[in-house]
Design a protein around this ligand. Sequence first.
Ligand SMILES: C[S@@+](CC[C@H](N)C(=O)[O-])C[C@H]1O[C@@H](n2cnc3c(N)ncnc32)[C@H](O)[C@@H]1O
Length: 475
Amino acid sequence: MSEQPVVRKGQDVEVDITALAYGGQGVARIDDFVVFVNGAIPGQRVNVRIIKKKKSYAEARVLQLVHESPLATKPRCRHFGSCGGCRLQNLVYEEQIREKGEQVKDLLVRIGGLSDFEFFPTMPSSDIFYYRNKMEFSFSRNRWLTPDEIASGEAIARQTHYLGFHAKGFYDKIIDLEECHLVDPTAVDILKTVREIARQSGLPVYSTADHSGFWRFLIVRPSAATSDLMVNVVTSRFDEKVAAWLKDELMRRFPHISSLINGVTRSKASVAFSEEEHLLAGKPTITDKLGPYTFKISPNSFFQTNTRQAGRLYDIVAEYAELQCDDLVYDLYCGAGTISIYLSARVRRVVGFESVQSAILDARENCAINGVENCEFVLGDLKDELNDAREIKSKYGQPDVLILDPPRGGMHPKTIKAVLALRPQRIVHVSCNPTTLARELAVLCESDYRLIKVQPVDMFPHTAHIEAVAQLLRV
Ligand SMILES: C[S@@+](CC[C@H](N)C(=O)[O-])C[C@H]1O[C@@H](n2cnc3c(N)ncnc32)[C@H](O)[C@@H]1O
């Protein structure tokens, strides 16, 4: 006789949420069978409906809250529940970081097969609201409707231009943003003004379905350490009339904007990145500070989004690198040279590698601004740049330390191979994706390296994201 499945699609069942999975879903178990519950937090008892059933797990959505969690707190934001950003705003902060730390450890052990390393509790962020120095908002022709709006049955006035964040799990629907508690409120005021101009312009929002339309993204970057404020309205082409309108209206309402840019992208990818920049007002860059250093940042250059926490992250990087004054450090994925410059006073020399040209130019200028003379920056895609280890070493020298800080997608396998061929004594791996981190550490540890310790750092309170720093030593 075949065994009855523990759960089946469409089934309603009452469960206790015992943990939080990476990505922010609640975890429940029915006879040891894992059920991921969207929008539930640890400590809750909920009645759920199974919406997906796989061999080793199921997914469910909440039908009704049976008991509230003792770890629950009142979310601040009206968009909580539908916005894809702050998934954890209803969970007390101490528990957010405890759970996120557990996720990192679990992924390192389960996916990476790693053991025998020291693991530290997550370092909390000193600011848990209004901590972001960069927001990327997307335009869309489709708005996300809340369950309450749908249930009300009232006719909903339709617009053709929406601007905000993607709704949780929907890449074509936008939360038409009214508030956000992760960034200075001025950013949302600017968003409202740009949305108003877009609606009045008669020009359509860009559609990823047929790649037509004008309005694409809005990027707002308020510096944490200075009064600089960059606004970049990204469109599919440059239109002089629109540009003049944006300039007049935004500079009239927000005269403290220090850099107003109309970026243009012709890329079909839904990435807020401009290939061409038209400076409408102010200067082309903004300035921020990390520790004793000042950094100039161009519109397309990466800069850690939580400035205060970035200084603490870099302090851990410096500690894990066990820097010696005669060291040669390679800083892979160096962005605008922030880690390189932060470490530069403690070592002989740093060589940074980065694929975005404006970031490399910023890095060089940042050295000049800070009087740093022992850093060099190399432009190129790391998967092509590092392949010949012998040539790289003869050009730049044998590195003692390698810093790795790849983007969320992780490192290319060729780059991991190249890292092994460079044979540094110490590697510090900084990652905002514990899944790729686990895989990459596993490859490094299969070879000549041993994972010594890992420190999760919360750079992104209330979101499901978590950063982690790992130290590896050559054995
Ligand atoms: C997470 S950021 C880290 C930047 C820097 N370390 C910091 O803390 O500000 C990753 C950087 O890697 C760069 N990048 C992404 N893919 C790359 C590649 N294939 N080769 C070189 N750089 C790359 C990005 O442009 C970005 O600046």
